[in-house]
Design a binder for this molecule. Structure first.
Ligand code: JHZ
Length: 392
């Protein structure tokens, strides 16, 4: 039932930034993508052990994706106004950007990365430093928590391999009228915009509303609403309950996905062709710039750019072409390290004079407007590859 349609080559763990002395021991795996013709779920073929990804060294903090801080404040305000929950839990609470909008006497976090669990514990939130499983949901119950009126998860559910177990665990802890709200990148937007770089080890699944609806129904839960969001290049916010009436947005989203062809394998084969063209265009552009003596750097050492640099072979590692000189990133834990697989140095933005470079590749293309506005003094040009390779 699982048919392969895309091969993104040998890839490292997307957020495993490393030191020079660790280059020789770097873990790589084959990143291939499959479509399940029955459930309609798109997944990567070979999952990476979650403990290899989400551990004490996990560097991605929501607070460094600055526009996301406002996004989570607005989301919390909206959820409070509409559902007025008495008890709240966040799965994948990272460094507490969503949690901090709720009082800590009725809110708990779940976070497998010890570094972040410590941050939210220090903020006063009870935080389970563990992966989200039915076993953990039993433990939370046994610890005396009543069922939750709001269970929230952002960019987390698509990180989990076993979706049946995930949703069973939610069902186990969701109060009778409670809502489970989660948001993740949208498969439809990825296919529409050729943003293949949303595919990496941390995203074992890329969700369509159609596939989620099938899997949630199998687990006794219902999607009753879908919001289309612009964050992370296009995400869906999915509202789930035990049995609230289903609103029109669910049918409309499924219809749009069907119209685009998300239920047919050939749509994915066509996407794979566009991905290959995107790679050829980017490499051609970067090689031309190099031959013309231009200097190129990148802003945002994103998980997404790990996929792009390794798939396109544009890094500094011996087996790659030296087309991008360095990456700047505001995250302290990424600075002074090298990018996974491609081994491009990651440095503090403040240590670089952007005008020493002619072009900046937008590794964080999803934050393009914010970055371009912020870097008004840069005299050169920006490069993006989404929705197509172009110089801005
Ligand atoms: P950003 C993350 O992916 C990881 P990434 C995760 N797996 C996930 O699911 C997705 O999000 C959705 C830096 N930056 O948000 C900060 C600057 O340097 O695109 C971040 O390192 N300068 C959980 O990594 C990175 O860019 C700036 O001005 O693809 C942005 O990462 C700004 C605004 C950010 O997510």
């Amino acid at each position: 039932m699982k048919k392969e349609f895309l091969d993104l080559g040998r890839q490292p763990v997307a957020n495993a930034f490393l030191k020079k002395e660790d280059f020789d021991d770097e873990f790589l795996f084959d990143l291939k993508v499959v479509f399940n013709t029955e459930s309609k779920l798109v997944s990567i073929k070979k999952f990476v052990d979650p403990e290899r990804i989400f551990n004490e060294n996990y560097p991605y903090t929501t607070s460094n994706s600055f526009p996301m801080v406002k996004h989570f404040k607005d989301t919390a305000d909206m959820l409070m106004k509409e559902f007025n929950p008495l008890t709240v839990m966040e799965i994948g609470s990272n460094d507490g950007v969503f949690l901090k909008n709720w009082a800590n006497d009725y809110t708990i976090g779940v976070e497998p990365c010890g570094n972040f669990a410590k941050v939210t514990k220090d903020m006063g939130y009870q935080t389970y430093n563990d992966f989200w499983t039915t076993k953990l949901s039993e433990k939370i119950k046994n610890d005396g928590h009543v069922d939750f009126d709001l269970i929230y998860a952002a960019n987390c559910i698509c990180h989990i391999h076993d979706l049946d177990d995930t949703f069973k665990a939610v069902k186990n802890l969701l109060s009778k009228d409670g809502v489970f709200v989660f948001e993740d990148p949208s498969l439809l937007r990825i296919l529409e915009r050729n943003s293949y770089d949303q595919i990496y080890d941390e995203h074992p699944h890329i969700f369509s509303v159609t596939a989620l609806n099938n899997i949630l129904i199998d687990n006794g839960l219902t999607i009753f609403r879908v919001d289309n969001l612009s964050v992370h290049g296009g995400s869906n916010r999915i509202y789930v309950s035990h049995n609230r009436p289903v609103e029109s947005s669910v049918r409309e989203n499924k219809q749009r996905e069907d119209d685009f062809g998300l239920n047919e394998f050939k749509t994915y084969q066509e996407f794979a062709k566009r991905v290959e063209e995107s790679r050829n265009d980017l490499v051609e552009l970067l090689v031309k710039l190099k031959n013309d003596g231009k200097r190129v750097m990148s802003i945002g050492a994103t998980a997404k750019s790990t996929t792009v640099f390794n798939y396109c072979g544009v890094g500094a590692a011996p087996w790659q072409t030296d087309l991008i000189e360095l990456i700047t990133d505001t995250t302290k834990d990424k600075q002074g390290m090298y990018s996974p697989g491609s081994h491009i140095p990651v440095v503090d933005r403040e240590s670089v004079n952007l005008n020493d470079y002619d072009y900046i590749f937008l590794g964080a293309w999803n934050l393009k407007d914010y970055i371009i506005k912020n870097e008004k003094k840069f005299n050169g040009k920006f490069i993006t590859h989404v929705p197509k390779v172009e110089v801005i």
